[in-house]
Design a protein around this ligand. Structure first.
Ligand code: NOJ
Length: 734
């Protein structure tokens, strides 16, 4: 008995010693049971200035295939680097580099791998501008979740998406990457995509961290030129550009990217007001800001820094925590700390922000990506289904004279145009790991759809540009024998996206001439238009009977497009951006401020209204809108109000209908836009059925305005609630 007690005592003592040793060897930051903040603080307290500075840099790893972002290859990546842009499509290289970070550095801090996963990773779905035309936030969220799953399983922890820059100049190539001209639309879809990418838990091996970009005002690029100056008043900054970011931050976006543009004299990447006072101090964002590619170094040509060191100082002190490919923080930050120009406190705060996201992503606990087979990661049936559905709902039927579409009871179709057999251009810019071989071409989609129903013939007719008309004859000869002509036209993928501005948004003349030639045959002419921006269509409008805006629909768009042509699918997309009558009208957008003389000030040579308005989109069925039914006509400021409208499908086909709810405030302290979108809802309405759509109005949120300091006001007075041509007046009382 006595011996047993001694043995037990000894065992207890040994286990205490072992436990203590274990505690000693397991620093707090490595203990997954500790809170993220405890781990972050512990780790930062152990880091040297040099280790901290390295965490704030991002280089590239692997082959960079983006022409706009070429830089010297980084051959000598320090194991302690904070972040890498990862171009490979499998985790192998990443894991090797991660191993160096974990094993060959003093503290074993994992690298965060980022990449431009913009509209899909391998399963490429429609461009963002098209996605917004679906008015289906659930579908966008699901598509982003697919992108996140494919990317994270391939070694990418963080996507540089969504782009939520309100963009009102379609000459700007990057209009393709955002959700159009409206602040509310950008906010709602930005939030949906943050939710899709991040899910509820960043450490889930199928989720990635999101990045709201480009903070801020990049969409205001003068005359649609890229990388240039933007003139944005404080009022416009707040009422047009800030809202999507504020909502994206509220939705929990882990990171933001600081923009290239100079905002009325202070570049986005050196802007203390937007980056620190608003983002961190007012909105309380606790993640980090990465610069855009080279945007710190570019403070020099922008004229606010004399050299790279000063650029680093300005960007860092303004609130940019991570330097993307500038090599300015790694070269100068430690020195700036030593000189007392950058405080250690600020350095610590920046490092904590980066580490916080790494901890939330679970990178410390699971630094390596399992090396799974491609077939288990990419193009899963469910993913393709989502890509197809999103394409289907993004397509906008712009015009349909005399019910030209759908094509029923016809036996011969001529398919013409340079886009008909192209797969590459359907993917658009920023296709990540997308491959044209994964895509279905428009011709293949039509073949799938019309097999056993109609005979298809094909001729390209012409190239996308140039003046070679030698293919016109062949096109005419197949068209002569057909009952209808489908012309597949549009922009090459590289005509939109970054650094892809155009002085005009017309299609090249050769494409218009091809249409004009074929129109002479007197057959129905249907245009399928693929582009990354709104197009100037006034001439093509006259030359065609029906036009479908198919955008850049991704790899799975062709079948639903063909389904719309045949009538298997009823189109439901509506424009998220105005289609000007001509390039000369730009900028033209629905939510412009009120004019001093609304009935004057028109162009003398062209119409002053757009060819296709924001929210325009036709259906194969018809809808009848009832009257707006408000719950009250007068409310006190603190009360809520709801307005409903009944919509009946009076046609012969079931359809998805989106109701857009606008408000207007005719008299206010500041001149407000003629109308502002505040809510939308999409519902399936079967033929003969009536559905009720409701807008639950929170007066301060939906009727109020923001001033140039970002303060919200709701004034007593009259407001209009508008749906299409229906309008009711409600009064808000003190
Ligand atoms: C520059 C682009 O402006 C930005 O959108 C992108 O995320 C980075 N390059 C990284 O590729």
């Amino acid at each position: 008995m006595r011996n047993r007690k001694i043995i037990l005592g000894l065992l207890l003592a040994v286990s205490c010693i072992l436990g203590a040793q274990n505690k000693k060897s397991m620093p707090i930051y490595k203990d997954a049971k500790r809170s993220v903040e405890e781990r972050v603080n512990d780790l930062v307290s152990q880091m040297t200035v040099e280790e901290k500075v390295l965490q704030l840099n991002q280089y590239t790893l692997g082959r960079n295939d983006n022409a706009n972002n070429m830089a010297d290859p980084v051959n000598d990546i320090p194991p302690g680097i904070g972040s890498l842009i990862y171009f490979s499509s499998n985790p192998e290289l990443r894991n090797r580099v991660q191993k160096r970070a974990m094993k060959e550095t003093r503290l074993g801090i994992p690298v965060i791998f980022g990449y431009d996963v913009i509209h899909g990773y391998r399963t490429v779905y429609p461009i963002s501008l098209a996605q917004a035309c679906s008015w289906n936030t659930d579908l966008v969220e699901k598509a982003c979740a697919v992108a996140a799953q494919e990317a994270r399983m391939s070694g990418v922890d963080w996507t540089f998406s969504p782009m939520i820059d309100v963009a009102r100049d379609p000459r700007w190539g990057r209009v393709a990457e955002g959700y159009g001209e409206d602040p509310y639309t950008n906010a709602v879809f930005g939030v949906a995509s943050v939710k899709g990418y991040q899910g509820n838990d960043l450490s889930n091996p199928q989720n990635v961290a999101a990045c709201l970009k480009h903070y801020i005002g990049y969409g205001a690029s003068e005359a649609g030129r890229d990388y240039v100056y933007t003139e944005i008043s404080q009022q416009t900054l707040w009422d047009t550009y800030m809202h999507p970011y504020e909502e994206g931050v509220k939705a929990g976006a882990a990171t933001l990217m600081s923009s290239f543009n100079d905002i009325s004299g202070t570049p986005g990447s050196a802007n203390h007001y937007t980056l620190t006072e608003i983002l961190k101090e007012r909105w309380g964002h606790d993640g980090f800001v990465v610069s855009d590619w080279g945007s710190i170094e570019q403070l020099r040509p922008q004229g606010v820094a004399k050299d790279k060191k000063e650029a680093a100082l300005k960007a860092f002190n303004a609130g940019v925590e991570m330097d993307m490919m500038n090599r300015s923080y790694d070269n100068h930050l430690a020195e700036l700390v030593k000189e007392g120009k950058v405080s250690e406190e600020k350095l610590n705060d920046a490092v904590k922000r980066v580490l916080r996201i790494k901890f939330r992503l679970g990178l410390f606990d699971k630094p390596y990506t399992p090396n799974g087979a491609e077939k288990d990661r990419f193009l899963l049936p469910k993913s393709l289904e989502i890509a197809e559905k999103l394409a289907e709902e993004s397509i906008v039927l712009l015009k349909n004279d005399n019910k030209t579409l759908p094509l029923t009871n016809i036996s011969k179709i001529a398919v013409v145009g340079p886009m008909a057999k192209s797969k590459w251009h359907l993917l658009g810019s920023w296709r990540a790991q997308g491959q044209s071989d994964d895509a279905i071409s428009l011709f293949e989609g039509l073949e799938n759809e019309f097999k056993n129903k109609a005979q298809l013939s094909y001729a390209s007719g012409c190239d996308f540009e140039g003046d070679d008309k030698s293919g016109f004859e062949e096109a005419k000869s197949i068209a002569k024998n057909a009952d209808a002509i489908i012309l597949c036209l549009g922009e090459k993928a590289q005509w939109s996206g970054e650094n892809a501005s155009r002085s005009t948004i017309t299609l090249p003349q050769i494409q218009e001439e091809l249409v004009a030639e074929l129109k002479k045959l007197g057959k129905p002419v249907i245009l399928l238009l693929s582009s990354g921006r709104p197009l100037e269509l006034n001439r093509l409008d006259k030359l065609s009977n029906a036009m479908l805006q198919i955008w850049q629909p991704g790899i799975a768009g062709a079948n639903p497009i063909a389904g719309i042509v045949s009538g298997r699918i009823n189109p439901s997309g509506k424009l998220s951006i105005t289609f000007p009558y001509s390039t000369g009208q730009i900028p033209i957008y629905y939510n412009h401020r009120q004019s001093a003389r609304p009935h004057q000030g028109k162009y003398q040579d062209i119409p002053s209204t757009p060819l296709y308005e924001f929210a325009h989109g036709l259906s194969y069925t018809s809808y009848e809108y009832g009257e707006l039914q408000p719950s009250a006509l007068k409310i006190k400021k603190g009360n809520k109000l709801s307005v409903s409208i009944a919509v009946t499908n009076t046609g012969n086909m079931d359809g998805l209908e989106t109701v857009h709810w606008f408000i207007s405030d005719p008299v206010s302290t500041i001149s407000r836009p003629v109308k502002e979108l505040k809510h939308f809802e999409k519902q399936m309405i079967e033929k003969g059925q009536t559905k009720t759509f409701t807008f639950n109005i929170d007066p301060i949120r939906d009727l109020g305005f923001v001033n140039g300091k970002g303060e919200k006001f709701l004034e007593a007075g009259e407001y209009y609630i508008i749906v299409k041509d229906k309008k009711i007046k409600v009064e808000v009382q003190d």
